[in-house]
Design a protein around this ligand. Structure first.
Ligand code: SF4
Length: 450
């Protein structure tokens, strides 16, 4: 079997036409140049996500490519988990250190780190399983830089993991993996331009070495219980590359039309974009009219359209509110707005000292503390995945999630029942959803009522 020694593009700066923002610049080509010099403010969760990726790379490296000594691995893992715990608690608290005593803070950090490690473990286990399915000795590339500049000017990126090997039919496969640590909207692998660009870059790198005929792309988002895969023949991927080539050229030149859509939520210009504001201000001023007799009630289709527009308007207003508040907090001014003090929250400055005074005054110590069970995820981390599964698998149930409204484009399957509300009627026994029978090919699992 040939061994790959790929040529890696230079490490460093971000690409103007990055894969992670491709959904935006493919729909709104001028946005790439317009955002070029804007600072990447990121979210408070971004640092936690980066660290979780580092932990995933460490575990995959240990399993496949660069096994360290047990001591070195344990030290690197412990260091990362400590940093993840701190970053997660900070993010949960909106980017500022929570006002708690040290013991409570340490406990929160340990719990957050255990939860993150369990999520990363799902991703690592999935790649181990996929690796075992491929024939011979499949090649593994972790945090692999890929160059797709042959399609998208100056385009390059870093792919979380790539497997290359032969399937049962003897055909060579390229498998692209993306780990998403976020708990936000589940991201679907099918037609995902980020993964398709990584695949184009990986193909350019590896096709001279391996006769790859099939490409699969997988997004693993364990904290949303989301795992989706999509596979296409090599020719289809190459055809898609040709299809987007003119759009990428436009984006690189800063040409084309501005286009507002759901991709705007991740655009650095989102709060200052005139195109977007005009669209929503027109809506707010009732200049957006629904055709038909004003005395007629809205049809179901119109109701769906209005809700979809309102949802985007809602997100835009939230982003606008945050932007104005951040500007004022930084000492700037926005005409018509000021900061006022919100509701104050009472707390002990020194919890231990306060409790001591309470005890001195006669309050019994056992009344000052609540004994709480640790979470399932924390226990799994404590026992280790294998021992946890062997010991407790029979005790685990899946409680049905509350029916939640989602747009048609949401990758989760629709609840398959006559009336989702039936499950929640008081006189109806609860149905349970089986989420755990994941398709071995990692296609989106269906929620089946059992
Ligand atoms: S906010 Fe939307 S419309 Fe405006 S530049 Fe960004 S992607 Fe384009």
């Amino acid at each position: 079997m040939p061994k790959a020694k790929p040529r890696a593009p230079k490490q460093g700066a971000h690409a103007l036409l990055g894969a992670s923002s491709a959904h935006r610049w493919l729909h709104c080509p001028p946005s790439a140049r317009l955002c070029e010099d804007m600072p990447d403010t990121g979210s408070p969760y971004a640092h936690e996500g980066t660290l979780a990726h580092e932990l995933a790379a460490l575990k995959l490296g240990q399993a496949f490519t660069e096994a360290r000594s047990k001591t070195a691995y344990s030290a690197a893992r412990a260091k990362l988990l400590g940093e993840i715990g701190k970053a997660a608690v900070l993010a949960e608290n909106g980017g500022t250190a929570p006002r708690t005593d040290e013991t409570t803070a340490k406990r929160a950090e340990a719990s957050a780190a255990a939860s993150a490690e369990a999520a990363v473990g799902v991703y690592v286990d999935m790649i181990r399983d996929d690796h075992a399915q491929l024939q011979g000795k499949p090649n593994v590339f972790i945090e692999q830089r890929v160059d797709y500049a042959h399609v998208v000017p100056e385009g390059f990126g870093t792919c979380d993991c790539i497997l290359i090997g032969q399937g049962l039919d003897g055909q060579w496969q390229l498998r692209i993996y993306d780990y998403k640590h976020g708990k936000g909207v589940p991201v679907e692998a099918e037609g995902n331009p980020q993964l398709m660009l990584y695949a184009l870059g990986a193909l350019a790198l590896f096709a001279p070495i391996y006769p790859i005929t099939l490409i699969s792309m997988t997004i693993c988002q364990p904290r949303r219980d989301s795992l989706t895969s999509w596979a296409i023949p090599t020719e289809e991927l190459l055809a898609w590359g040709e299809h987007i080539r003119p759009l990428a050229q436009q984006a690189h030149q800063g040409e084309g039309d501005l286009q507002e859509g759901d991709w705007c939520q991740f655009c650095p210009r989102a709060t200052r974009c005139r195109e977007r504001a005009e669209r929503f201000v027109a809506l707010e001023a009732y200049e957006y009219r629904l055709p038909g007799d004003p005395r007629d009630p809205l049809t179901d289709a119109e109701l769906g359209d209005v809700l979809a527009i309102g949802e985007r308007l809602d997100k835009w207003l939230s982003a606008l509110r945050k932007h104005v508040q951040d500007t004022l907090l930084a000492g700037g001014t926005i005409p018509g707005w000021k900061l006022v003090e919100g509701r104050t929250v009472r707390a002990f400055g020194d919890l231990q000292a306060a409790f001591q005074l309470a005890k001195d005054s006669g309050v019994k110590e056992e009344l000052l503390y609540v004994r709480e069970p640790i979470t399932l995820t924390a226990l799994e981390s404590l026992m280790g995945k294998k021992a946890f599964t062997e010991t407790l698998a029979a005790q685990i149930i899946r409680k049905p999630g509350k029916p939640t409204l989602a747009p048609e484009s949401d990758p989760r399957p629709a609840m398959t029942r006559k009336s989702a509300a039936d499950d929640f009627a008081e006189d109806t026994p609860r149905a349970f959803f089986a989420y755990d029978n994941l398709d071995p090919n990692h296609t989106a699992e269906a929620y089946a009522i059992t």
